[in-house]
Write a protein of this length. Structure first.
Length: 237
């Protein structure tokens, strides 16, 4: 049966619990947290779609690939590049985000399955894709959106610049709920205390990125800038 849905909500896909808390401050948004696990994120997205989610936004911080981008730079994705596949974001939504958020840059986003840990890996990925940033949720968002025929968008803020190497403690897997595994981080620091200055630098840059993400959220408003829910026609199983 074909129906016109006048309700529904936007799904915000995040890796971190802190990103989800920011996203859900906007009316009409339900956030799902992948915690760095693509399979878990895909499952949560499908559950949210079944409950009435009608559009998906990949929302959070990202690793910089383009050398000119500094921590705190905000980007809206026009395309997601993953596994040699290209997914186009919803053009109207991208334009709306660009109009609402000051100093935002439109760019391509690389969807990756693991953190891009050092400057050599970042340079190689940039050379291969010319994407401005990389994150671990946008590829899953693009794939699930295409599977269900839903519009998607990406808003990402640079946390670690292209020239920054991430120390081992910054690469430890998150807890399932998207919170940091503090015990494992402390264990890594005890085993290798020389990484503390680098980890502190990562933390400062991530804090700057999260503050910018909050400002982006405020600029986007309800449904994180998506305004076409009333016109969306979709198949109901």
């Amino acid at each position: 049966m074909i129906e016109k849905n006048l309700g529904g909500f936007v799904i915000a896909a995040t890796g971190l619990a802190a990103e989800a808390r920011i996203a859900e401050r906007a009316a009409g948004v339900h956030a799902v947290v992948g915690g760095g696990d693509a399979e878990r994120l895909a499952s949560e997205l499908r559950k949210s779609i079944a409950k009435g989610g009608l559009a998906i936004i990949s929302f959070g911080i990202a690793g910089g690939l383009q050398s000119s981008l500094r921590p705190g730079a905000c980007l809206v994705g026009r395309r997601v590049l993953t596994d040699h596949l290209v997914f186009d974001a919803d053009a109207a939504w991208v334009a709306r985000i660009g109009a609402l958020v000051p100093d935002i840059t439109e760019a391509d986003i690389a969807g990756v399955m693991a953190p891009v840990a050092n400057r050599q890996q970042k340079a190689a990925l940039y050379a291969d894709t010319r994407a401005a940033v990389a994150d671990m949720e946008s590829g899953t968002v693009a794939r699930i959106a295409a599977e269900y025929g839903l519009p998607f968008a990406v808003v990402r803020v640079v946390a670690d610049a292209a020239g920054r190497d991430l120390p081992p403690a910054a690469l430890i897997e998150l807890n399932r709920d998207g919170t940091p595994n503090i015990r494992a981080v402390l264990t890594s620091l005890l085993a290798q205390p020389t990484q503390l200055p680098a980890l502190a630098g990562v933390g400062l840059d991530a804090g700057r990125a999260m503050r910018r993400l909050l400002r982006c959220h405020r600029s986007l408003g309800a449904r994180l800038g998506f305004t076409d829910l009333d016109q969306l026609v979709f198949d109901v199983a």
